[in-house]
Design a protein around this ligand. Structure first.
Ligand code: SF4
Length: 349
């Protein structure tokens, strides 16, 4: 990296200090914040009410949106899911997914370049983790989505490349930026920002003590240690007997509902006995289960169950009192599994 920090990692005090150090009056910090968050623009050149001398001075120390994340490719169009491939200042590549719907838009941000967790069905983990993203590089992805959409996204999910609890401080700082009201941040509601973990128990424990209103989602994907360890190496470090009590303690501490993600793989974890085991595992504390039929991933030999089998699994849970939804994966047509677009550029298998 060239040593410059992203503007998108600066809180209000840091923005004020940056403007002061550049020799400009304090009100310029508010104007700068508006270009970052209230009506985000991609480059210094578009910040037309800031004097050229101030922009030049700031550019010596900080990266604008294009400098933080240079857009290389936007895949998908026509009002559907968009995948954005961006190059960071040091040349690394990251992906961001934007899912517009009729009345709301969701942005799925990456928290790391690649991922070290190695889940079997995930393209992001195939090449390991190159590095953590800075808070600015994470928050800038939501600002980029706002530029593309022409408005602020309504929801942010940490479900792109990387494990957010493996980059805890930066992910949380980014969430604070995205949550803070403009011109200090994007103004996305705290309950509309979701941290999604593959089950990093120390992160869940820390998150429980954080006193924030952000949401927590945990990727479960299998109801037994044997099956889960086959899919997710993280389960060997923090098996279900450790993970589930940590999640339960989180709900007790925060009073919040947790969401479990469960990818349905035909012939692997979709039988009635699996639904029964899942029910027994998460019974007795406030949670919901999101069922996701497997998205095809090159290199993973599995397929989604038939629609009828997915629905049977869901209705079994629902009949037994568990709130369960079946989510149809959006964006199969745009290389949508996390990390696929990046891997097609860097030549991953
Ligand atoms: S599913 Fe998430 S945690 Fe697992 S390898 Fe992919 S990015 Fe990492």
């Amino acid at each position: 990296m060239d040593g410059k920090a992203s503007l998108y990692g600066l809180d209000a005090a840091a923005l004020a200090e940056a403007v002061r150090a550049a020799g400009a009056p304090a009100f310029r910090a508010k104007q700068l914040g508006e270009w970052l968050w209230a009506r985000p623009v991609a480059s210094w050149d578009a910040m037309t009410n800031l004097p050229k001398a101030l922009r030049t001075a700031l550019a010596e120390r900080f990266l604008d949106l294009d400098g933080t994340l240079e857009t290389l490719e936007v895949a998908g169009a026509d009002g559907g899911t968009l995948k954005i491939l961006s190059r960071l200042a040091d040349g690394e590549l990251v992906e961001t997914v934007v899912i517009p719907a009729r009345d709301r838009a969701t942005v799925c941000v990456s928290s790391q370049v690649g991922c070290a967790m190695g889940c079997a069905f995930c393209a992001s983990g195939r090449n390991g983790c190159a590095r953590n993203l800075s808070a600015g590089e994470i928050a800038a992805q939501a600002a980029r989505a706002a530029v593309l959409l022409g408005r602020r996204p309504d929801n942010v999910v940490f479900m792109g490349m990387g494990e957010p609890f493996a980059n805890y401080d930066n992910a949380l700082a980014a969430a604070r930026r995205m949550n803070a009201p403009a011109p200090e941040g994007l103004g996305v509601g705290a309950r509309r920002i979701t941290f999604s973990t593959c089950g990093v128990v120390p992160g869940i424990e820390r998150f429980a003590e954080e006193g924030v209103q952000f949401e927590l989602s945990v990727s479960l994907h299998a109801p037994t240690d044997e099956l889960r360890s086959a899919l997710m190496p993280v389960n060997r470090r923090w098996p279900l007997g450790v993970l589930v009590p940590a999640v339960r303690a989180y709900t007790e501490k925060t009073g919040r509902i947790v969401t479990f993600e469960y990818t349905l793989v035909a012939g692997f974890n979709d039988a009635p006995e699996h639904a029964k085991a899942l029910l027994a595992l998460v019974r007795g504390f406030p949670c919901r289960v999101n069922l996701i039929p497997l998205n095809p991933v090159p290199g993973f030999d599995g397929r989604a169950p038939d629609a009828a089998d997915c629905e049977a699994f869901r209705s079994y849970l629902e009949r037994h009192g568990l709130n369960a939804t079946l989510r149809r994966s959006k964006g199969r047509g745009v290389n949508a599994s996390c990390g696929q677009l990046r891997r097609s550029r860097i030549g991953g298998a």
